[in-house]
Write a protein that binds this ligand. Structure first.
Ligand code: DC
Length: 209
């Protein structure tokens, strides 16, 4: 039996987390925030004093750490939920996420997670539709204007969000890009519930066809 996955990608602040979480709740499916996994590894590296630019050391760390995202984000059993969105982590996480060794470890865990869920999983990130689950049941690419995305990110600011966009979409390892068969949803000025309804409609058509 194939694994049921709704894969959602998009830039920072496009609404991925809120939409994916609400969609999972509406469907009774599991939810996986893959950005939180990269953030958790980053927090642990900073705590252990591992140089985030050291590709081999970071790959080793990513292989060894135990990362869970639910009910709260934790590393090796330590709750880091309140530490993953600091300015320091925002800056360092793009470096960590550009490391192919780290990505390999995270992708393996993401596939394992989805494979173990009884009903299905809504997975959100940057490479979910293109690399992690290219055969997902449904693929969605969320967008929104830079202004609105920065507003949603609160204190992070437009310049920092734009900087992360460039880093995430120009890196060599699994850059953020729109899969050719992903359905695009612009969330600018739209409510979360509205976006969820639209995706549920798409899913209905997909599973009926
Ligand atoms: O979605 P987010 O802002 O929490 O993601 C944190 C960082 O991790 C961001 O710089 C992009 C990166 N990321 C990634 O490269 N691949 C993913 N599947 C998810 C996030």
């Amino acid at each position: 039996m194939s694994v049921r996955v709704i894969a959602i990608d998009g830039p920072a602040g496009s609404g991925k987390s809120s939409v994916a979480r609400a969609l999972a709740t509406a469907l009774g499916w599991s939810f996986l925030d893959t950005g939180a996994m990269y953030r958790a590894v980053t927090v642990e590296a900073l705590r252990q004093g591992v140089d985030v630019h050291d590709v081999t050391a970071m790959g080793e760390l990513a292989r060894e750490v135990d990362v869970t995202t639910l009910p709260r984000v934790s590393v090796n059993g330590r709750d880091v939920e309140d530490e993953i969105r600091t300015e320091t982590v925002n800056d360092a996480v793009s470096i960590v996420a550009a490391n192919a060794l780290v990505r390999h470890q995270m992708v393996r865990r993401q596939r394992e997670f989805a494979g173990a869920q009884p009903l299905g999983t809504v997975v959100e990130g940057r490479d979910i539709t293109t690399v992690v689950f290219p055969n997902a049941t449904l693929k969605v690419f969320l967008t929104a204007s830079l202004e609105e995305r920065a507003r949603r990110r609160g204190e992070e600011g437009e310049a920092s969000v734009a900087r992360r966009d460039v880093a995430d979409s120009t890196r060599e390892a699994s850059p953020l890009r729109q899969a050719h068969d992903a359905l695009v949803l612009d969330t600018t000025g739209r409510e979360v519930g509205d976006a969820v309804e639209e995706i549920m409609e798409w899913l209905k058509h997909k599973t009926l066809s």
